[in-house]
Design a protein around this ligand. Structure first.
Ligand SMILES: Cc1ncc(COP(=O)(O)O)c(C=O)c1O
Length: 411
């Protein structure tokens, strides 16, 4: 795509944008003067679809009028209404996904199954600079099994002087760790640098040494085209409050490859994972559902899932291919304008990426404060990065143009 450095070009792109009407389906945060902010923070918290209110209201009305009767046939199956959309979103079979709990909770649940260390094979590979919650979860899992994170945790670090990881280096570490590697878990997209990883190749390498391989897709779900089933991941989890716009603390999705569904290894069990035919017989023996649903523990948080139903309706309507196509174009335009107008800024995000660009700016934090004052919503991540993430469903090309002008003047 050939871009031009002009407002009229940005307006032209907006006019041609097949997704332009979707912006109107979201509530857009305002500045004090009532004008729209420039919201470039969909990688942190996606905006509220206007339809969310009616999705929640429907459940409030059922609760109000029917009380516990809402449970029968409706709320007991509520999470099932998200299965097909979640499967489409991550490239999985319907039976391989379920929405439950929150993201870090699910990472723990998945690691209880997919990290089974023994004296020989007890290492976990993670990226250095993974999201801290993942780091804490993994370290606590290692300790839970009586091992020492100092010995068992292998962190993938960029080469000296580089900011991002090379796939070859990841593969080398996997091969070197060999039959000591129990589990590899890393972000599909790194939250700090915005680097997207080659999940297929990494999965293949991890499994070739006998390890389980899983990804935290917090920054990948609703951002990248994913094909988890064909890429053969063992497991994955994602949150739904970022690109997926399901609201603060919205529930998480998990993927478990179908070859594991007949699982008799360790797992945390609860009644919602129980065979649906016998769940309400309240018997003492756990007989798990033979799909990803077997990993559920508790009944569905209906009020938290209702906004996700609203946003997934929008994603279903558009399809991930088109979402990605616009994401790519918007981010490409942002990159082009930054290179044209603000050459002192370094973009540390590599070409393998989704919508986020991570910028290292001379005088970073004070620039961040100035652009925030001017109505740009983005975020600052210590020690030196401003993350900018244009969202294909609610950001426009002219906003990107406006943002780079504001940034240029704030430097
Ligand atoms: C990559 C990543 N992992 C984990 C988390 C933690 O998510 P939660 O608080 O929903 O468990 C986040 C939150 O932003 C994240 O970005």
């Amino acid at each position: 795509m050939i871009y031009k450095n002009s407002k009229s070009f940005a307006d032209e792109l907006d006019q041609q944008d097949p997704l332009k009407l979707y912006r109107g389906k979201f509530h857009y945060p305002k500045k004090e003067n009532g004008e729209d902010t420039i919201y470039l923070c969909g990688n942190s918290l996606g905006l509220q679809p206007k339809s969310v209110r009616s999705f929640i209201e429907q459940e409030l009305v059922v609760w109000e009028k029917d009380g516990v009767k809402g449970q029968h046939g409706r709320w007991e199956k509520f999470h099932e209404r998200l299965a097909q959309s979640s499967a489409n979103l991550v490239g999985a079979k319907k039976t391989e996904v379920v929405v439950m709990n929150a993201l870090t909770v699910n990472l723990h649940f998945l690691l209880i199954s997919f990290y089974q260390p023994n004296r020989k094979r007890n290492k976990i590979i993670i990226e250095k600079g993974a999201f801290p919650s993942d780091q804490y979860a993994v370290e606590s899992q290692i300790k839970l099994h009586g091992f020492d994170p100092k010995e068992c945790l292998i962190e993938l670090a960029p080469r000296k002087g580089e900011k991002t990881l090379r796939t070859d280096d990841i593969l080398q570490t996997i091969i070197k760790t060999g039959d000591e590697l129990a589990t590899l878990i890393m972000g599909g997209v790194n939250y700090y640098t915005g680097q997207a990883f080659d999940m297929k190749t990494i999965t293949e390498a991890g499994q070739s040494v006998g390890a389980y391989v899983g990804f935290d897709l917090a920054h990948a779900a609703g951002n990248l085209n994913l094909n988890l089933h064909d890429w053969n991941l063992d497991f994955a989890a994602w949150c739904t409050y970022k690109y997926l716009c399901a609201g603060p603390g919205a529930p998480s999705g998990i993927f478990i490859h179908e070859r594991h569904h007949d699982w008799d290894g360790p797992r945390f069990a609860g009644w919602w994972g129980q065979n649906k035919q016998t769940r309400f017989e309240m018997g003492p023996n756990f007989d798990p559902i033979l799909t990803a649903e077997g990993w559920q523990v508790s009944n569905a948080p209906v009020m938290g899932m209702a906004p996700l139903l609203a946003s997934m309706e929008i994603f279903d309507e558009i399809g991930m291919e088109s979402v990605r196509e616009k994401g790519d174009k918007l981010t490409g335009f942002l990159e082009y304008l930054l290179n044209e107008k603000t050459p002192n800024i370094s973009i540390i995000t590599p070409d393998e990426r989704g919508c986020q660009l991570s910028l290292v700016i001379p005088g970073g934090k004070s620039v961040f404060e100035v652009i925030t004052e001017k109505g740009v919503v983005c975020d600052w991540r210590e020690p030196d990065v401003i993350r900018i993430a244009p969202h294909p469903l609610f950001n426009s090309y002219s906003e990107i143009f406006q943002f780079v002008e504001i940034l240029e003047k704030s430097l």
